[in-house]
Design a protein around this ligand. Structure first.
Ligand code: SF4
Length: 308
């Protein structure tokens, strides 16, 4: 993952311009290493958006995919939110739309809708509450045991949350193509190659893959687990960018991907050139219509109340 290219001149130019423009640069854990290195803050989508809301920056440059920039715009409506690569979408978020979700809700009139933050603002706006991969179990448990719950869009995360919470969920059949392609054979092969390594996977992985893991964690949970755990080597089952993040954050341990093919092409669309251009132009700007924002904000705030 560590490129041999020297990006330092471009990174210095970006840092100077960011200061001049009073901009904060946020990068998701799955971004390219050189983009991670130029960011003010790294993290998962919600953590970054919360950071954006707290910061005094005039401009927020969000290096991630579109729903993440939308979430920042929901939480920080008075700032200019810029996405360096507007074509960077999330295939999983695109697997659920408002009409279909409302149709499912109509078939289960009493059900609460829990939507993963990996959804559009419009889907969040018709949801009762959002969740992240770190708090999905707690969010599900926040509803009375006899309340039906629709969980969208990730059926893998939903299955994981159902298992951990002991609740039956009505699962939307979406998935993350990057995590869903990690197989039990990949885990078995990687364990043969690194017999002393513990297996840590993201809950967006298939259930049979999660069942083989020593720990199932969100990206922030992975960092915490690997830092605090007594092991020295880890096989990581998530998007490949996380290997770089872990290697920087926990430098005294060794990290290997379960498979090299778990790359999210959308996450890799953002390059340093695009970050520089976005800063220069302060564009493309991401906005959320006021009526959509209101509903989406409620769903996000309910989640923060359940799991601050
Ligand atoms: S890794 Fe999966 S969930 Fe994340 S942006 Fe890519 S497709 Fe979407």
């Amino acid at each position: 993952m560590i490129s041999g290219m020297d990006y330092s001149a471009l990174q210095a130019e970006i840092r100077t311009l960011a200061r001049e423009r009073q901009a904060v640069i946020l990068a998701h854990n799955y971004q390219r290493p050189e983009v991670q290195d130029v960011a003010d803050h790294l993290g998962d989508s919600l953590g970054l958006s919360q950071r954006a809301a707290r910061s005094s920056a005039r401009v927020i440059v969000f290096c991630g995919v579109d729903f993440m920039a939308e979430t920042a715009a929901i939480l920080a409506p008075d700032r200019k939110v810029v996405i360096p690569e507007p074509r960077a979408g999330c295939p999983m978020a695109a697997m659920v739309d408002v009409e279909e979700l409302l149709a499912l809700k109509a078939r289960h009139p009493g059900a609460a809708v829990v939507s993963y933050v990996n959804t559009t603002a419009a889907v969040k706006a018709v949801s009762d509450i959002c969740c992240t991969s770190a708090n999905a179990v707690r969010v599900v448990q926040s509803f009375p045991a006899d309340r039906e719950i629709i969980f969208a869009p990730d059926c893998n995360l939903g299955s994981w949350a159902a298992k951990k919470s002991g609740r039956e969920l009505i699962l939307w059949q979406g998935f993350c193509p990057t995590h869903d392609l990690i197989t039990v054979e990949d885990v078995a092969k990687a364990k043969t190659e690194h017999p002393g390594a513990k297996v840590v996977v993201h809950p967006e992985c298939r259930q049979e893959v999660s069942a083989m893991a020593d720990a199932v964690e969100s990206t922030s949970g992975m960092i915490r687990f690997c830092r605090e755990d007594s092991g020295r080597e880890y096989l990581i089952g998530t998007e490949l960018g996380m290997i770089y993040r872990l290697s920087k954050d926990v430098p005294d341990k060794h990290f290997y991907p379960v498979t090299e093919v778990s790359v999210c092409p959308n996450m890799k669309l953002t390059t340093l050139d695009k970050v520089l251009r976005a800063l220069q132009a302060e564009a493309p700007v991401v906005t959320v219509p006021a009526d959509v924002r209101e509903g989406a904000l409620q769903a996000v705030q309910r989640m923060i109340e359940v799991n601050p």
